[in-house]
Design a protein around this ligand. Sequence first.
Ligand code: ZN
Length: 68
Amino acid sequence: MTHEDDIESIEKEMLEELKKPPGRRILVCPVCGSTDVTYYMGLKMGYQYQCKSCNYVGALVLEEDVTL
Ligand SMILES: [Zn+2]
């Protein structure tokens, strides 16, 4: 598999992600494991996440699939 094929498959995966109905994934704090994570707008850093439980703020956040 060439590098270009890799990029293509990644793009395909991202498109598949967009097709999924919203609300199937929840954000999980990587520090305390709380699911009380919201989007946090950084000034120059772009968007980040904020955990309401431990006040963690960062771009790294875990995502979990929610099976309803
Ligand atoms: Zn936390």
